[in-house]
Design a protein around this ligand. Structure first.
Ligand code: 0A1
Ligand code: ZN
Length: 881
């Protein structure tokens, strides 16, 4: 487990890819499980593919013995070191058997085999993606080595009554001394990163399922007894996901059992291990008393995501880790489509694009910027990024849009058929999609290799005499780390033209083919392109990039009134919201610059005040429309960032909106929503809660004491967590001292609920202002705080650093220095989590000068250390550049 900096400099390049020299056709694993000590025997059935010695990966393993075809090797028969075991072998087929010892209870990195929970009651589990399997046994730990697995687990029956591994069950029985065994056979060849086992005391809920092609499947969700009742929504989501993949992609599940396990100790969201998905409890548990509406949607989405990996990731896997987005971008796209089908499609699109802008755009604009398919890496764990996942999904969405629904399905069928049971590349994906449709998609490959968010600038000109509208588009991608010159990309721009009265105009594109419609998509694949529309009656307002048809930053010099037209009338729910966001941003700039009579402020607040009274708009969309860009998005738009100023200006923006609508109307709306609030989970009830929350925020912007009165009543009467947490947040943000009683009450009420306690830490970690750091330091001393639990670390330290701009970016740099100390301690326990938290330093170069200097000093000092993990060293090295 010792990754310390010796390996920090080794960089792996995509162009160096070579096929594996040895295949493992079959692997037999035998585990003798114990918390302090686990022994693993691995028998690898090997076949030579190239004339090279056998090199197996293995890290942190105590090697007990090794044999080749039954012959024990002595220490001179192999080379052990630097994370590999090398054996010279002169036959083409052989069986290599190794025996190793592991120490699960000492594994705080949560990679390989580790203990979740306490020694007395916790359970053992594994996490192998990306390179965790080498912490379990010696193996060619790379995704293009696919093998059939037979796994036998042995353990004390009392301490480990439940024994699980991926694949189908293949027998179980008693052993001497109160021990027992269970065996699992997986008929589908898989890479080592998809291996998993779980052992311990776990409760379960179960459901029978029959696939569309007639296979009966036993579905089991496992969790510790105190939380098993909170797994029913996950089961419901699983069944819906399985049906959806059958109906939408014709993909059926392919084993007799499907296990899902919840753990509180997990570095990421969840993991798609074949037949044995393992979830961070945060994304599996949901109950009315402690789960928010957002969390229900996340559970639904993550359950679907992991299930969909069974085809996009497991049956067709990645040739190497550079292709990570092949499975992740595609699976995020599938998951997003599923959620859109289950909920409201336009709202889902708004949520996804907002996330892309909040997480991926900043990543792509700073020193950690990398292509969706990186060309090199030193630590693959650091590439499970918003770029690989979210931007990767946007690329699949563009391809799907280009092919249309039926064409995309044809392409996906061919992709699965051709690559089933294999390790594939992005090229394989594009060629299958293209060939199934007789379309050359290779130009889209450029999107995968080029980092940075492209800028698309547009300008329009109307000639009233000629009744002609001319639209000019230009594209440019800014230079980034290691990529100075950028190519032009194919950018699909879905567009419509509106008259100022809200009518959509027919689009007669000169030289265009196809019937005249009110919406069409043009693809600009050069630096510049011009489109001429004939027979245009009136000067139009263009609605561009509808549905966010490409992951770019659109620059169009809209007048405030034009944006107001789109905000009022655009039928594309996403673009309607987008027009409001653009308009709010213009209003924000005016307020920041102290402009008294701002046309943008008037247009924005006026349009929203009108929409506020429009009964035809549903509550959820209205709530979104009434939300201006958040502090993080606003920070991104500024050349030099001063978080205090951004926060203050955003507050005045909210105040302007609230006064325009009027406090009494806001209050009335709040009250009528409140009167019909229940804890019900249907879309309408959720939308009502969301809008109610908006009302409270807006009321707080003009009358804090009124907002506090309403929030206190809401906190006390809340039928569920969504209302309770929203009220607590308002109380704590408007007066932390005044919220002390509610904060203490919440802590007491949820003392035994780890996920609810995380929310308690999270709310307080995000409270703005000068005393934020002291508050976070006090919270660190709470008896329930620990650096050993990733969720707790993210709730307090991660959110403080990433989601509390005024608190973290103190001008005196004290929070930067504090974070640096925590990172060093955390790194000694869990390098992956330390590296993730450290990405909070990503944007330091664009801070205003005083903060920039303070951040730079801390980052440079940290980056200069030689005692940190490869994970953290890699992030710091890139951030410091
Ligand atoms: N493949 C998982 C994400 C994941 C990646 C790495 C992990 O451990 C380091 C764990 C999970 C997914 O996309 O859901
Ligand atoms: Zn995934």
């Amino acid at each position: 487990m010792n990754d310390r900096a010796d390996a920090a400099t080794s960089v792996i390049h995509l162009v160096d890819y070579r096929a594996p020299a040895w295949h493992v056709e079959h692997v037999e694993l035998d585990f003798d499980l114990g918390i302090d000590r686990t022994d693993v025997v691995a028998k690898l059935d090997l076949r030579r593919m190239a004339n090279e010695p056998l090199r197996l990966n293995g890290e942190g393993l105590e090697l007990l013995s090794v044999s080749v075809d039954g012959r024990q090797l002595g220490p001179n028969d192999y080379i052990l070191g630097n994370g590999t075991l090398e054996i010279a072998i002169d036959v083409d087929r052989c069986v290599v058997e190794t025996r190793v010892g592991l120490r699960p209870a000492e594994n705080t990195a949560l990679e390989g085999l580790y203990l979740s929970g306490s020694r007395d009651t916790g359970f053992l589990l594994t996490q192998c993606e990306a390179e965790g399997f080498r912490h379990i046994t010696f193996f060619p730990d790379r995704p293009d080595v696919l093998s059939k697995y037979t796994v036998t687990l042995r353990a004390d029956r009392e301490r480990f009554p439940v024994l699980l591994a991926g694949g189908n069950p293949d027998g179980e029985g008693e052993l001497e001394g109160g021990r027992h065994w269970a065996r699992f056979v997986d008929p589908h060849p898989k890479p080592s990163y998809l291996f998993a086992l779980v052992a311990g005391r776990l409760a379960r809920i179960s459901q029978d399922y029959t696939t569309a092609d007639g296979r009966p499947v036993a579905l089991h969700i496992w969790a510790e007894a105190d939380v098993i009742d909170r797994c029913h929504y996950a089961m419901d989501s699983l069944v819906r996901s399985m049906r959806w993949d059958e109906e939408t992609y014709g993909r059926n599940y392919d084993l007799d059992v499907f296990h899902v396990v919840a753990t509180h100790d997990f570095n990421m969201g969840a993991m798609e291990n074949k037949g044995l998905n393992i979830f961070n409890a945060k994304y599996l548990l949901a109950d009315a008393d402690s789960g928010t509406d957002d969390e229900y949607r996340h559970v639904e989405a993550v359950v679907a995501h992991e299930y969909f990996h069974n085809w996009s990731g497991n049956r067709v896997t990645c040739r190497d880790w550079f292709q990570l987005s092949l499975k992740e971008g595609l699976t995020v796209f599938r998951e997003q489509s599923f959620s859109a089908d289950m909920n409201s499609a336009p709202l889902k699109r708004i949520e996804d694009v907002a996330l892309l802008r909040r997480a991926q755009f900043p990543e792509d604009a700073g020193p950690l910027s990398h292509p969706v398919r990186p060309a090199e890496y030193s630590e693959i764990n650091n590439f499970y990024t918003a770029t690989v996942y979210e931007k990767g999904s946007e690329l699949v969405r563009m391809l799907a849009g280009r092919l249309g629904k039926d064409g995309f399905r044809r392409g996906m069928d061919l992709y699965f058929e051709r690559n089933d049971g294999d390790a594939a590349t992005i090229e394989d994906f594009l060629s299958a999609l293209g060939e199934a449709n007789d379309i050359d998609l290779t130009p889209y490959l450029a999107w995968y290799g080029q980092a940075g968010t492209p800028r698309l600038s547009a300008s329009g000109q109307y000639d009233a005499d000629a009744r002609r509208y001319t639209l000019k588009l230009r594209q440019r991608t800014p230079a980034g780390p290691g990529q100075a010159e950028k190519r032009s990309l194919p950018i699909p721009v879905k567009l419509a033209l509106f008259a100022t009265d809200g009518r959509m105009l027919p689009l007669k594109l000169r030289d265009g083919t196809g019937p005249v419609d009110t919406e069409l998509t043009v693809v600009i694949d050069q630096a510049e392109a011009t489109y001429v529309f004939d027979d245009v009656d009136v000067a139009p307002v263009p609605s561009l990039l509808r549905g966010f048809s490409a992951p770019v930053i659109l620059e169009f010099d809209y007048a405030p009134d034009e944006l107001a037209v789109l905000l009022q009338h655009d039928v594309d729910g996403f673009n309607r919201w987008e027009a409001g966001q653009q308009l709010a941003a213009l209003a924000y700039d005016d307020l920041r610059d102290g402009k008294q009579d701002s046309a943008a402020v008037t247009a924005w607040t006026g349009a929203l005040a009108t929409l506020f009274g429009n009964e035809a708009i549903d509550d959820a969309l209205l709530a979104e429309l009434l939300t201006p860009p958040g502090e993080i998005e606003l920070v991104e738009r500024q050349a030099e960032r001063d978080p205090d100023r951004i926060r203050a200006t955003r507050k005045s923006l909210l105040a302007a909106l609230a006064s325009r609508i009027g406090a009494s109307k806001l209050r009335q709306r709040y009250q009528s929503l409140h009167a019909r609030t229940t804890g019900a989970l249907d879309a309408q009830s959720q939308a009502a809660r969301q809008l109610k929350r908006r009302m409270l925020d807006l009321i707080a912007a003009v009358d804090e004491s009124d907002a506090r009165t309403l929030a206190l009543a809401q906190y006390n009467e809340a039928p569920g967590m969504t209302d309770r947490l929203a009220a607590l947040t308002i109380l704590a943000t408007t007066s932390t001292d005044g919220a002390a009683a509610s904060i203490a009450h919440f802590r007491e009420r949820y003392a035994d609920n780890a996920l609810a306690l995380d929310k308690w830490f999270a709310v307080q970690a995000q409270l703005p202002g000068d005393d934020a750091l002291a508050r976070v330091q006090a919270l660190e001393r709470d008896a329930t705080f620990t650096l050993r639990n990733p969720n707790r670390v993210q709730a307090l330290i991660g959110l403080f650093a990433r989601a509390n701009p005024t608190g973290f970016h103190r001008a005196d740099g004290a929070a930067y220095r504090w974070l640096a100390e925590r990172l060093v301690t955390l790194d000694g326990l869990n390098p992956q989590v330390a590296a993730r938290v450290a990405t909070a330093f990503n944007g330091w170069k664009r801070l205003e000068p005083v903060r920039r200097e303070a951040a730079h000093a801390v980052v440079a000092e940290l980056a200069g250390r030689s005692d940190l993990s490869r994970d953290l060293t890699d992030i710091l090295g890139r951030v410091a550049l």
